[in-house]
Design a protein around this ligand. Sequence first.
Ligand SMILES: [Fe+2]
Length: 230
Amino acid sequence: MATVPRQHITQQKIAEHVQRLGELYPPIPLDSVDRTIKRPSLVAKRFGHVIDYLARVELEVDRNVLELLILLPEVDETNKTFYADVWQPQEIQHGLILDRLQQDLGRTAAKPQLEVSFGIKILGALAHLRPIQDIAKLMYFLTGASTERQAVLAYNKINKGIQELGETAISETIITPIKQQEPALRLLPDVGNCDDPGQGDQAVAALPDQGDAGEVLPHGRHEPDEAIPG
Ligand SMILES: [Fe+2]
C-alpha cells in the first residue's frame, strides 16, 4: 500500500503557513452578505436561539485571545500573530455577521461574556512557570480540537435547516462562507516531524492538504447541545 510521505515541518514553514492563512482567509466583509430573509419570523422561531448562541461564541473570541495572552506569556511570535492577527479578526467578523442576522430577525443583540474569569487570572499569575504554561497550552489545543470540530458540525446542521426553509441568501452568503472558514484553521497534524520537537506543539495552523485530521485551535467553549438544533 502506498504511503504518503511525511512533511518535514519547520518553524519557518509554520510561520509561512500562518501568513498564508491570513492572506487566503481574510475576514468576511459585512457588505458581502445578502440580507434577504423570506420568512424572518419562522427563521427566528426555528433558529433564533442557535444564531444567538453562535454569535456569542464567535464574539467571545475576544476574551479567548485575552486569556491566551494571560496564560501563554512566553508564546512565540508565530502563534501570537496567528491568534491575534488571523484567527481573532476572522472569528469576530463571523460573530458580527451572525449578530446582525439575528437583529434582522427581530431579536436583540448578542451579549457575549468578555470578562476574563478570576480563575484564569490566578492561573495567569502562575503562567511564568514553564510546566503551568505548557499544561495551559495543551488544554487550549485539546479544547480547540473539540470545539472547532463542533463548530463545523453545528454550522453544517443549521445550514441544512436553513436550506430546507428556502432561505438561500442566509445559507449562501452567511452560513456557508463562515462554515468554510472554520476548518481552514488547523493544527499541524504531525508535530513529531518538527525540527525542534519542543516547538512543534506550538503550531496553531496546519498545512492545507492534510484532510480533516488535527483541527486544533483555541476557540470559544461551544456547548454543542445548545448550538445544534434538534
Ligand atoms: Fe467562526
